[in-house]
Design a protein around this ligand. Structure first.
Ligand SMILES: Cc1ncc(C[n+]2csc(CCOP(=O)(O)OP(=O)(O)O)c2C)c(N)n1
Ligand code: SF4
Ligand SMILES: [Mg+2]
Length: 390
């Protein structure tokens, strides 16, 4: 988002221009932050996608992660804390042809924005949501977040967090998300592949990305990202392939409705493993629940990849179809006439006076209201006819 006097301006590009999606803004993330890797993969994906800059919009909330739109030479909006879903929903409702991306952090999406994001998901607004999960509030200097594990010692939990954390993808599944995936900053190739899938999906694609905050929560995902531990603790799922891990020496099968770890060898082969089907609603519910604390013996590996895809119609498709139908039945509509119609009134008009008197009369017929609400008297005084301007 290059800015000129606070207004972003994207010159239209010709078909054969080399597209560089990096902006001219100075990057303010700490050196070594995992956000750089995500930015690089998104820029590369956009460059390869053939999208035009003027057709792409990045919308974010507040946090280190939410500075993302500044660093892309597309349209963008650094919004307000937790409210990116509202801005995204409005934009998609009127400009469904745009490629819209929402950037959010674990605090932004799941604390202050927790309510908003679940409605974005259930409505299935067509947007690619990248949830940068660093299990901490980075921008405000290290307070615990809703994904910080129990016991996490942070600036706001000096004796260790007593809160039970969210499992973000289980939350997304519970809200009927239609594209659910996880990747990590330390595996750029995997991340790019997952992002490309998310971009191709119509509906809300939510990709949780494990992102290292090397200043306030360094090494939070080390067990999944570092070479020595990665094979034994991660499960990379691929549609149609058996769930195996630990360099193919272990697998996951389902026995008595529960996932279990098996050793691949003389007793079991990959054919005995659960075959990943990203269209399977029930198996996806199990997959998002593979969320064991990796420190414990016998912990299930943590899955990465595309867990679930569902092609349910998008919010804007249904909305646009309804607007079209309404126009066919009722005509093109007239906003001015609607605003001056009989269901609105001007403050101080005779209509308002009548409305207030009617409401007052209704309230008087329920004397218990007065006892329950001490402000009733003040309200009645305010509504007395002498206070209404004509
Ligand atoms: C209404 C409001 N409340 C609180 C804040 C302070 N605040 C800014 S960013 C943030 C948390 C961001 O955490 P996260 O979303 O995890 O982003 P990160 O910095 O870790 O990328 C908070 C609490 C704010 N800016 N606005
Ligand atoms: S505080 Fe953490 S998340 Fe924020 S820029 Fe620095 S390293 Fe990245
Ligand atoms: Mg965070």
């Amino acid at each position: 988002m290059s800015t000129t006097n606070g207004i972003s301006a994207i010159p239209a590009q010709g078909r054969n221009d080399k597209i560089d999606f990096s902006s001219d803004q100075e990057i303010r993330w700490c050196p070594g932050c995992g956000d750089y890797s995500i930015l690089k993969q998104v820029q590369t994906l956009l460059e390869q996608s053939g999208k035009k800059k003027e057709d792409v919009v990045f919308i974010s909330g507040i946090g280190c992660s939410s500075r993302f739109p500044y660093y892309l030479d597309t349209y963008g909006l650094h919004g307000i804390h937790g409210r990116a879903p509202a801005i995204v929903s409005g934009l998609r409702s009127v400009r469904p042809e745009l490629s819209v991306w929402m950037i959010t952090g674990d605090g932004d999406a799941l604390s202050i924005g927790g309510n908003h994001i679940i409605h974005l998901l259930r409505r299935n607004v067509d947007v690619n949501v990248l949830l940068f999960n660093n299990e901490i509030y980075g921008l405000t200097k290290g307070q615990y977040s809703p994904t910080s594990p129990e016991g996490a010692v942070t600036r706001s939990t000096p004796m260790g967090s007593t809160d039970h954390p969210f499992n973000p993808l289980a939350l997304v599944k519970g809200a009927d998300g239609t594209f659910i995936a996880r990747s990590m900053d330390r595996d750029p190739k995997h991340m790019r592949e997952v992002l490309a899938r998310a971009d191709a999906h119509r509906g809300t694609s939510l990709v949780e990305i494990y992102q290292n905050c090397n200043v306030f929560n360094d090494g939070a995902f080390e067990v999944f990202t570092e070479k020595a531990n990665k094979p034994g603790h991660t499960l990379f799922v691929e549609h149609g392939k058996p769930l195996t891990f630990a360099n193919g020496t272990k697998g996951i099968c389902i026995k008595e409705m529960k996932p279990r770890i098996i050793d691949i060898g003389p007793d079991f082969s990959p054919n005995d493993c659960w075959i990943h089907d990203e269209r399977d609603n029930f198996k996806a519910s199990i997959l998002v629940r593979l969320f064991d604390d990796p420190r414990f013996e016998g912990a299930m590996p943590r899955p990465f990849g595309v867990f679930y895809v569902n092609d349910r119609p998008t919010h804007e498709e249904k909305l646009q179809a309804q607007v079209k139908k309404a126009k066919e039945v009722k005509g093109p509509g007239d906003l001015d006439a609607l605003l001056k119609g009989e269901h609105t009134w001007t403050i101080g008009s005779i209509d308002q006076l009548r409305h207030r008197r009617r409401t007052l009369a209704a309230r008087r017929s329920f004397p218990e209201w007065k006892a329950t609400f001490p402000w009733q008297r003040a309200w009645e005084e305010m509504c007395a006819p002498s206070h209404v301007e004509h």
